[in-house]
Design a protein around this ligand. Structure first.
Ligand SMILES: Nc1nc2c(c(=O)[nH]1)N[C@H]1C(S)=C(S)[C@@H](COP(=O)(O)OP(=O)(O)OC[C@H]3O[C@@H](n4cnc5c(=O)[nH]c(N)nc54)[C@H](O)[C@@H]3O)O[C@H]1N2
Ligand SMILES: Nc1nc2c(c(=O)[nH]1)N[C@H]1C(S)=C(S)[C@@H](COP(=O)(O)OP(=O)(O)OC[C@H]3O[C@@H](n4cnc5c(=O)[nH]c(N)nc54)[C@H](O)[C@@H]3O)O[C@H]1N2
Ligand code: SF4
Ligand SMILES: [Mo]
Length: 856
């Protein structure tokens, strides 16, 4: 089967993928982001493209309807709301996972035709502080560098970034460069020890939100030791004195780091010309996010370490098209093509270019305010596209209530059941990755094509088309009459040309008249271009601004700090990665990492459940006892939802507090009370069929043979077999039960093991991978209920290598048998030899510093 050249739909690294409809997925050796590499998520894309769970028809109130009826209703409800309550009574909430063409038309419809700027995006939760920081310093939202800088740097400082899990191919590129040039140094600044810390020479375990204090300390040190580039500053930078004075005013000890650590950091940073400071959500998702960004940019500006090979600040984007969204003005306070909403000349140009009846005059509601306006009744019609805010926004329970209150809600998604889709009046089936065409821009400003390589389901439509169809039904057919994404891209390029007289970084002229089908991955304004080595900033005097930044005041909080983020093998709310059994195997349930001493104080041992409470909500998570997290800090992943867990969505506990400049929520800064959840029983089950538990604690995951679930409850069922039968929702089966304090039930049909259920008064100890492997086989009840492999069939243990399904026990045996390097483990077990995403964990197992990750 021939392979189509496309781009991975997950993270902002933007890897090139060769794909075909039979599920073949390979890294594209010619794509300059990855040169053939893929991470575990990219490599498992083939397991996520089937129709299982897909939204296949438009729906109104849960019933299938024709496209015409669905579109009529959306158009009518939006038009009615605008007519009755004005343009600001409606809103779109969109996504950095839309393609540029989708994004462009959504923005055009809302800002130029409906006439409101109430279109915001999940990039508000992701990149807003970086955008605001860039604009304050550079006068534009410009990422100065390129990926090659990561390979050419002599020092890479990773701040608030778990690159090994979240941008794995960049992590691999850095690891390869470091192997070539062992003198290269990597520093990781994170309150938590992560897989990324394993690559680092130094892990600075900073206090939460200690970043401004750290970089202010660095700036003061650079000034005190006269290690700045005063020529650069004089020619190209304003605000130097005030920034340095403010930096001197703040206390580096507030970073939580020792004087020795600080001195080492300062010496390395100031003594190395080629420094790249990479930053991500530990910086952006904070009440002081924009200040953190500017504290970092200040140091690069003061030393002229920007825009030159191997040096510069580097904000890595999260979503595949976070950058494209910023380019087309997807945020409520931007206009298309990096034009400014506040600038009347920019507004006039856009309005006349679009031949638009109106143009929004002021910024619209930012995400958090937008959902507050939903709650307060201001928003009468809401359209959510390609994002799942009922899970991913802070204070997610209140957000779900707010969405439920909006009189009319449309949701465009590829999946039938999502926490947000469940609240919609109308569901619009979008075509998904592999079925649609368009472009995305990655972290280094490289525009790549996503290309269809398979048929979309009959009734699915690409997002751009759904938006244009609604626009047409609202009466603006002529302005939205595109015959494909190519025409939209051409208009976007033409707008950039029309705006050429305004000084901007975004210059798309090289894409004029391009052969869209054959388009090669290309950076704007041109390949390998770096910005600002010789100044040329975008404030009116073409100079950059250093900002005086005050470190945030230290406040006392009661309880544990709740840090949140990502797992290696899951993508956000799991609607796609959750379908891939091999990705579910890595960490199969929601957990909270807790320091061993804190766990001991709470009387919690490994496998126990933790109950977390605060004013926002309550959750129950598996305790993962680990000294990777600092004392009085917890880390929980953001991935679990109402679809697959009892209460696993952590945003139920994260308050909606935002950065005052960017409006980005502080998603890593909840505070919770923690206690042991005293379950009366714990359970585990595996089945060929979907499982629908209803216990105090549950988490369901796709397994290699069907489904599996972890369970716990505070009331003991009276009849275990009947209880198991209900949650497993099985047809007529032969039931074999072992009674006693550790009840076990096996269900066979025609001799095939359909499901097993294990329970106990304490966390169930069991060779899960082995038990799961028996489902669907003719295994006897006796063998299945033993819960252990026979002596001649060793239990592989929790999966570490997702691609090749290699478990922790297999790896540990190889280490005991003498494998002393990651490569040697690969030779012995194959682990790490496909995508390499698990190499940091193999390294950790070698160092004996890590324990098996899932609670087993
Ligand atoms: N596997 C996987 N990869 C992904 C994604 C995914 O869902 N799964 N999502 C993509 C998206 S959209 C994004 S935005 C990126 C996010 O990529 P990252 O930002 O790398 O990921 P996170 O896990 O959110 O957070 C990074 C780190 O910030 C640390 N941190 C918390 N508070 C602070 C602080 O105050 N200071 C500092 N210095 N660090 C702090 C956390 O401990 C965490 O390790 O990942 C992208 N890649
Ligand atoms: N606590 C906490 N919360 C966080 C974060 C955190 O670190 N901690 N990180 C935040 C960040 S950085 C981000 S980016 C957000 C991400 O959060 P979300 O954007 O809410 O998460 P996703 O699961 O990626 O949602 C994408 C949705 O689009 C659907 N979809 C997929 N492809 C298509 C398509 O082609 N068309 C359409 N119409 N739909 C499609 C998917 O099925 C899914 O329902 O979460 C934020 N929330
Ligand atoms: S690093 Fe992984 S998730 Fe990110 S683009 Fe590449 S293959 Fe996709
Ligand atoms: Mo993100």
């Amino acid at each position: 089967m021939s392979l189509t050249r496309t781009t991975c739909p997950y993270c902002g690294v933007g890897c090139g993928v060769l794909a075909s409809a039979d599920g073949t997925i390979q890294g594209d050796p010619d794509h300059p982001a990855n040169f053939g590499r893929l991470c575990s998520k990219g490599a498992a894309l083939g397991q996520t493209i089937d129709l299982d769970g897909r939204l296949l028809e438009p729906k109104i109130a849960g019933s299938n309807v024709s496209w015409d009826d669905a579109l009529d209703l959306v158009a009518k409800k939006f038009s009615q709301a605008v007519a009755e309550h004005g343009p600001d009574s409606v809103a779109f909430y969109v996504s950095g996972q839309l393609l540029t063409e989708d994004y462009y038309v959504a923005n055009k419809l809302m800002k130029g035709f409906i006439g409101s700027a109430n279109i915001d995006t999940n990039s508000r939760l992701c990149m807003a502080s970086s955008v605001a920081g860039h604009k304050r310093a550079f006068g534009s939202d410009t990422v100065p560098g390129t990926y090659a800088d990561l390979e050419q740097a002599d020092l890479i400082v990773l701040v608030g970034s778990n690159l090994a899990w979240c941008h794995p191919v960049l992590h691999q590129r850095i690891a390869a460069a470091k192997a070539d040039r062992p003198e290269m140094r990597v520093i990781n600044v994170d309150p938590r020890k992560t897989a990324t810390s394993n690559l680092a020479d130094i892990h600075l375990q900073i206090a939460p939100d200690g970043d401004v204090a750290l970089f202010n300390g660095l700036l003061a040190h650079l000034a005190d030791t006269q290690q700045m580039d005063m020529d650069y500053v004089t020619q190209h930078v304003n605000g130097f004195d005030a920034a340095v004075a403010a930096a001197r005013h703040s206390d580096a000890a507030d970073s939580g780091l020792s004087a020795a650590d600080l001195a080492e950091f300062y010496a390395l940073w100031s003594g190395t010309q080629k420094v790249v400071t990479v930053y991500s959500q530990g910086v952006n998702q904070s009440n002081s996010g924009t200040d953190k960004v500017n504290a970092i940019l200040n140091c690069h500006l003061a030393t002229g370490r920007i825009g030159k090979p191997g040096c510069g600040p580097f904000s890595v984007t999260g979503q595949p098209n976070a950058m494209g969204g910023r380019e087309v003005g997807g945020l409520a306070n931007m206009l298309a093509n990096h034009l400014d909403l506040e600038n009347p000349a920019h507004r006039d140009l856009v309005q006349s270019f679009w031949d638009a009846p109106v143009l929004c005059q002021t910024a619209g509601l930012k995400a958090i305010d937008l959902f507050e306006a939903c709650a307060s009744g201001q928003i009468k019609a809401l359209w959510v596209m390609s994002t799942n805010p009922a899970v991913s926004l802070p204070d997610a329970n209140a957000v779900a209530d707010a969405i439920a209150k909006v009189p009319f809600v449309a949701v465009s998604d590829i999946m039938e059941r999502t926490d947000t889709g469940d609240l919609a009046d109308v569901l619009l089936p979008a075509s998904g990755w592999g079925e649609k065409n368009g472009t995305v821009t990655n972290s280094e400003r490289r525009i790549s094509r996503q290309r269809a390589f398979m048929e979309a389901p009959e009734h699915a439509r690409p997002d751009w088309q759904i938006i244009c169809d609604v626009a047409a039904k609202m009466g603006w057919g002529a302005a939205f009459d595109y015959n494909g994404p190519e025409a939209i891209f051409a208009e976007y390029v033409a707008l950039s040309q029309a705006a050429a007289s305004f000084e901007r970084d975004l210059d798309l002229s090289q894409f004029e008249g391009i052969d869209y089908e054959a388009m090669q991955p290309t950076q704007w304004p041109s390949n390998d271009h770096r910005f600002f080595a010789d100044g040329g900033f975008f404030h009116s005097d073409r100079k950059a601004k250093m900002l005086p930044i005050a470190a945030p005041a230290l406040t006392d909080h009661v309880g544990f700090r709740l840090n949140t983020g990502r797992n290696r093998d899951q993508w956000h709310t799991m609607t796609r990665t959750g379908k891939a059994p091999r990705l579910g195997a890595h960490l199969a349930e929601p957990y909270a990492q807790i320091h061993p001493q804190d766990a001991a104080e709470l009387g919690v041992t490994n496998g126990d459940l933790l109950r977390l409470d605060n004013a926002n909500g309550q959750t129950i998570l598996r305790a993962l006892i680990s000294d990777q997290t600092a004392r009085r800090q917890l880390f929980a992943p953001m991935h679990w939802t109402r679809q697959n867990s009892s209460r696993g969505w952590v945003n139920g506990l994260v308050p909606a507090s935002t950065d005052p400049v960017s409006g980005q929520p502080a998603l890593k800064a909840g505070y919770v009370a923690a206690q042991k959840f005293s379950a009366k029983w714990f359970g585990f089950c595996a089945s060929l069929d979907p499982i629908a538990p209803d216990s105090d604690y549950f988490a369901v995951a796709k397994s290699l043979t069907g489904w599996q679930a972890e369970l716990a409850g505070s009331t003991l069922p009276t009849d275990w077999a009947a209880f198991a039968q209900t949650i497993l929702n099985l047809p007529e089966c032969d039931v074999a039960t072992v009674a006693g304090p550790a009840p076990r039930v096996a269900f066979h049909q025609n001799g095939v093991l359909r499901a097993v259920f294990f329970a106990g008064r304490s966390p169930v100890q069991l060779a899960r991978a082995h038990v799961v492997s028996l489902i669907g086989t003719k295994s006897s009840a006796l063998a299945a209920l033993a819960g252990r492999a026979a002596a001649d069939q060793p239990d592989p243990g929790t999966t570490i290598c997702a691609c090749l399904n290699v478990g922790v026990n297999t790896i540990q045996s190889a280490i005991e048998a003498g494998a002393s390097s990651v490569d040697a483990i690969g030779t012995a077990t194959c682990a790490g030899t496909n995508c390499g995403s698990c190499k940091p964990e193999l390294q950790a197992l070698l160092a004996k510093s890590a324990r098996p990750l899932a609670a087993e």
